[in-house]
Design a protein around this ligand. Structure first.
Ligand code: FES
Length: 130
């Protein structure tokens, strides 16, 4: 896991072509490494967009409007979770709790966290990133 996180930190994603190399270096099977990369949502297998928008999908945020934000972001960007817009501008990701539950729904744009995000605020955040 720490090595995969280091690859993510350095490259922004884990290139599937690197999995056999990582497996050999770590003395693991390709299936073991592939399994970890595909199981955890944090490990991307494609290059990220220039901006990453993450929406909390955990219960506390969903109870205060998170689902509306999810659908709005997907519709406006034309992508689903784990995907990047065709122009490479924005990647949309799902997160299951940022620890910001008291002021949900929570959205993160790159490293900045936003709480109590309304649909209109989400529109503004998406316009700024596009
Ligand atoms: S449930 Fe969304 S930040 Fe915790």
């Amino acid at each position: 896991m720490p090595i995969l996180h280091a690859v993510m930190e350095d490259m922004g994603y884990v290139d599937p072509a690197a999995i056999p190399i990582l497996a050999e270096e770590l003395n693991l099977s390709r299936a073991d490494v592939h399994g970890v990369v595909t199981f955890y949502h944090d490990f991307r297998q494609t290059p990220p967009g220039r901006t990453t928008v993450r929406i909390c999908r955990a219960e506390a945020c969903q109870a205060v409007g998170g689902r509306t934000l999810e659908e709005r972001a997907k519709t406006r960007l034309g992508v689903g979770f784990g995907e990047t817009t065709d122009d490479g501008a924005v990647s949309l990701e799902q997160v299951f709790c940022f620890g910001n539950c008291a002021i949900g729904p929570t959205v993160q744009v790159d490293e900045r966290l936003y709480g109590r995000v309304s649909p209109e605020q989400l529109d503004h955040l998406l316009e700024v990133t596009a």
